[in-house]
Each structure stands twice: as structure tokens, then as C-alpha cells.
Design a protein around this ligand. Structure first.
Ligand code: NAI
Length: 269
């Protein structure tokens, strides 16, 4: 195959399906970090994207305005912010109903919102345990339960849950976080089995050490210790995760369900 032929194939693959096919995605915690990169990647692939986040600051508003400037027909392809606390199940139902009323469909859900509250178990308060489990695990239950209703009637949908590599390896000081993310992986497999028959796939992505506000809290020593474990010898960027999420959301992944894709530069093999 000539270089030109292979370039043509690559270009064809990268073409947004829009405007030939309308697609609507919802990304929880899409206001910053990994979620924001996922929003941008999906938008560039032709999706309309709803950011569902409990904190939408000026920077997020500006990011959304910049993306919307790139849309030729904003009524068909857009990015929108909606306030949502994923720990509130009724609010999740109301938001999904609003999306269906306004846009008629929900094709992709990315459960990305997540928090940490680290500490050794001996010193971990019940409040810190509950805070992390409520957001990272119950939040995924709340939003998925709300989203599968319309997806089941549509007989199509892609759900992608952001877990973590530490769900597989464990990490001292993160019992609450690791338990929540391991729960997300179990949840992913169970729901994948429950709703496969409706044409919906459910997968998880398990990021390693990714540079965002969440990991900027780490000390230089903790950071160096983490990086020493990464064979690819660099921290991951939010875009490294976004591209994999976009693959799982695409028709190229139609025959992939119940899987956890580890994206960690080889940290856990
Ligand atoms: P981040 O802290 O930069 O962003 C998290 C986003 O979630 C924020 O926009 C925040 O407002 C939102 N959020 C938090 N609680 C919420 C709630 N109750 N309702 C709605 N939105 C809420 O975090 P980052 O690094 O972008 O993480 C994104 C996901 O990736 C999380 O699930 C995290 O656990 C996971 N992850 C991150 C890794 C990393 O190295 N940064 C590694 C492995 C997993």
C-alpha cells in the first residue's frame, strides 16, 4: 500500500460521522481534567456533548464557548454544561429526561466524575469512606440507571466507566478509592451482561498516573515513585485516556463489552 493510500484510510477513519448521523454523549465530571479531554475528543469526532458536572467554573465555560465556535450548525453539534451532582439519583434522572426531551437521544454515557480522600485505614473516617464511595461508585449507579432507560428503548448505547489501575493493584492510603474503582469494574461486567441483548455495550477504562488536578496534589517524591513504575517513562496525559474512550464509544468497538482497558504506560502488566 502506498503512503498516499494509507493516509487516505487514516483520514477516512478520522472523519466525524456528523453531519450524516447525529450522536449525543454525556460526560460526567467533564468540566476539567480527563473529563474535559474526553469532551473535546468526542466533540471533534462529531458528537454533541453534555458536560454534567457539579462545578462548572469560568475556565470550563470558556472551553465550551471555544468548542461551540467550531460548530457550523450549533443546533446539531454543540457542547453544553449542565449542573449535576452524581450522588443525587433524582437529579440524574431529571437530567437524562431533559436531554431526551431536548435532543431526542442519548448515545454515549461516560461516567468520569471521581474524587479522592486519601488516608491510611487506621485514620480514615467514615465520612471520608462514604464521600469517595458515594461519588465514585454510587454516582456510577445513579447515572447509569438513569441513562439505560432511553438507551434500552433506542436499542443502542455505549457506556464507558472510568475506573483506575489501582482497582487492580491496590494502593496504600487509598482503600476507599481502590474499593470504589474495583466496584466500578464489577458493576461494568454485570451491567454489560444485563443489557447486551439491548445492543448496549458497557466497558471500563482504567487509567494509570495521569497529569490532572487530582494528581497535582501529590508531592514530588510520590510523583517520582509513581513514574519509576511506568515502563513508558512518562506520566499519561488526559488525551491518552480520551482517545481510548473515543474508540470504545465508536462503532469500531461494537463487539467489545464488559472489558476493562488499562491505559497506564505499562505500569500494571
Ligand atoms: P479531576 O479532579 O481533575 O476532575 C474530576 C471532575 O469530576 C471535576 O470536574 C469535578 O468537578 C467532577 N466531580 C467530582 N465530584 C462530582 C460529583 N459528585 N458530581 C459531578 N461531578 C463531580 O480528576 P481527573 O484526574 O480528571 O479524574 C477523572 C476520573 O479519572 C476520575 O474518576 C478519577 O478517579 C479517574 N482517574 C484519574 C487518574 C489520574 O491519575 N488523574 C488515574 C485513574 C483514574
Amino acid at each position: 500500500m502506498s503512503a498516499e493510500q494509507s493516509r487516505e484510510i487514516v483520514n477516512k477513519f478520522n472523519q466525524p460521522a456528523w453531519p450524516f448521523q447525529k450522536m449525543v454523549a454525556m460526560v460526567t465530571g467533564g468540566g476539567r481534567g480527563i473529563g474535559r479531554a474526553i469532551v473535546e475528543e468526542l466533540f471533534q469526532k462529531g458528537y454533541s456533548v453534555i458536560i454534567a458536572d457539579y462545578s462548572i467554573d469560568a475556565a470550563a465555560e470558556e472551553f465550551v464557548a471555544e468548542l461551540n465556535k467550531q460548530s457550523i450548525t450549533p443546533e446539531h453539534r454543540f457542547v453544553k454544561c449542565e449542573k449535576l451532582d452524581v450522588t443525587d439519583g433524582a437529579a440524574a434522572v431529571a437530567l437524562v429526561e431533559k436531554i431526551i426531551a431536548e435532543h431526542g437521544q442519548l448515545d454515549v454515557l461516560v461516567n468520569n466524575a471521581g474524587v479522592t480522600k486519601d488516608g491510611l485505614l487506621m485514620r480514615m473516617s467514615e465520612a471520608d469512606w462514604d464521600f469517595v464511595i458515594d461519588t465514585n461508585l454510587k454516582g456510577v449507579y445513579n447515572v447509569t440507571k438513569a441513562a439505560i432507560r432511553p438507551m434500552m428503548s433506542q436499542k443502542r448505547g455505549k457506556i464507558i466507566n472510568i475506573a483506575s489501575v489501582v482497582a487492580l493493584t491496590g494502593n496504600p492510603g487509598q482503600a476507599n478509592y481502590c474499593a470504589s474503582k474495583a466496584g466500578v469494574i464489577g458493576f461494568t461486567k454485570s451491567i454489560a451482561k444485563e443489557i447486551a441483548v439491548r445492543g448496549i455495550t458497557v466497558n471500563a477504562v482504567a487509567p494509570g498516573f495521569i497529569e490532572t488536578d487530582m494528581t497535582r496534589k501529590l508531592s514530588d517524591t510520590q510523583r517520582e515513585a509513581m513514574l519509576a513504575l511506568v515502563p513508558l517513562k512518562r506520566a499519561g496525559q488526559p488525551e491518552d485516556i480520551a482517545r481510548v474512550v473515543s474508540f470504545l464509544a465508536s462503532p469500531s468497538a461494537d463487539y467489545v463489552t464488559g472489558q476493562t482497558l488499562v491505559v497506564d504506560g505499562g505500569m500494571a502488566m
